[in-house]
Design a protein around this ligand. Structure first.
Ligand code: ADP
Length: 398
């Protein structure tokens, strides 16, 4: 059984075709600049050369057709026809309070995705366009929605998801905490339970998903207790370009002083803040680490602030769960950033954490236990695989 996984952005479409017999990736690729000049598809069949084509893509429908053509092409294709595709799994960013699990897409689910347009204005419309493009290009196939919010929504209790604001905003506008990166947190926490042989009912796990966007989750027995992103992905950790937590009055203060709207202020907090702003160097951790190694003081302070915020969440979640069995690093920085991992673990001596420094320094993109045998908490790196998680959820419906 082969599953196509799609992740549609407003002007992009990422895809993977996965053979579920052995969970291997047959091909993956990216359509960029959909609807704008210079559109391009980059298609990489496993074991064969990359294929790139600059061609007009006026909309996502056209992009899906190009993906179908690339997958079935005589030279760089990996299947004889789209009949071989069993179903399509779609990453959907926001499912609101009702989407507690993945589901087969029908009219009701499409309406649910539409109902969340104002909660995720950049992502949900693009996700729906991708779904409808697949329905048109491959009629009759099952499409499954896998929501980024489900892990948080399914697990969190009101004490974790409610903001302490008047009921009206919760009742009428669904203003609450949802959490994002749920597919990754769910995947990594369950991998941790299986791989580290933890108690599937009671294991207390903290997952640090540290990519451009970054979030932490706390789960017990694979069920989310709390997670750091909120109504939108802006809450929580310091990220590549997002501020994470700030005093909300900062929004009013900047808007009044700069004579800009709330929308523009939030744009500053989402796109021009975070490590980019604090370091003055870049949002990319490779650049920041290089700057630190070259003695850049602002970059050092930015890194210290990043780790300080992360450690506050880890400490808070440990208290909220009354303990922690494993702390797992994942995503770009978590999988490839020995400096961040070392600095975080240096704070955690009070929990009895001890790591093998040598293992940490050579852990890049691989699954590895970093803690020493006498460490009271297991510290591990587990690469995330959101596409595989989406494909597994999709397969479950067939
Ligand atoms: P997203 O999916 O949110 O765009 P990723 O999970 O790909 O992000 O993570 C991107 C981040 O990971 C960047 O800041 C990048 O610098 C960092 N990263 C990737 N490889 C390395 C590396 N070898 N060393 C340090 N940081 C890395």
């Amino acid at each position: 059984m082969k599953i196509l996984v799609l992740n549609c952005g407003s002007s992009s479409l990422k895809y993977q075709l996965i053979d579920m017999e052995n969970e291997s990736v047959l091909a993956k690729g990216l359509c960029e600049r959909i609807g704008i000049d210079g559109s391009k598809i980059t298609h990489k069949p496993t074991g064969k050369d990359k294929f790139e084509l600059e061609t007009e893509m006026k909309d996502h429908q056209k992009a899906v057709e190009l993906v179908m053509a690339a997958l079935t092409d005589a030279e760089h294709g990996v299947i004889a026809s789209t009949d071989e595709i069993g179903a399509i799994g779609h990453r959907v960013v926001h499912g609101g309070a009702k989407a507690t699990k993945s589901c087969v897409i029908d009219a009701e689910v499409k309406q649910l995705i539409k109902d969340c347009f104002d909660l995720a204005p950049l992502h949900n419309p693009a996700n729906l366009i991708g779904i409808e493009a697949c329905e048109a290009a491959m009629p009759g196939k099952i499409n499954v929605a896998v929501f980024d919010t489900s892990f948080g929504v399914m697990g969190m209790e009101p004490k974790a998801y409610r903001y302490a604001i008047p009921d009206k905003y919760y009742d009428e506008y669904q203003v609450r905490r949802y959490g994002f990166h749920g597919t990754s947190h769910n995947f990594v926490s369950h991998e941790a339970i299986n791989w580290l042989n933890l108690d599937p009912e009671n294991a207390k796990i903290i997952v640090c998903h540290l990519g451009n966007g970054a979030s932490v989750s706390a789960s017990i027995g694979g069920k989310c207790v709390d997670t750091s992103m909120g109504l939108t992905p802006l809450e929580g950790l310091i990220m590549g370009t997002r501020s994470g937590d700030v005093d909300d009055a900062v929004v009013q203060f900047i808007a009044n002083h700069d004579h800009v709207s709330a929308d523009e202020t939030l744009n500053i907090l989402n796109k021009k803040s975070g490590m980019l702003a604090l370091s003055g160097v870049s949002s990319d951790f490779r650049d920041i680490e290089a700057a630190i190694n070259a003695g850049n003081e602002k970059a050092k302070m930015a890194m210290a602030a990043y780790v300080h915020r992360l450690v506050k969440y880890i400490g808070g979640y440990t208290a909220a769960m009354n303990g922690v069995d494993a702390i797992v690093f994942t995503a770009g920085v978590g999988e490839n950033g020995p400096m961040v991992r070392r600095m975080v673990c240096e704070y955690l001596g009070f929990l009895g954490v001890a790591i093998n420094e040598e293992e940490n320094e050579k852990a890049f993109g691989k699954q590895v236990v970093l803690s020493t045998p006498d460490s009271k908490v297991t510290i591990a790196v587990i690469p995330t695989n959101e596409e595989l998680a989406i494909a597994r959820d999709t397969l479950a419906f067939l």
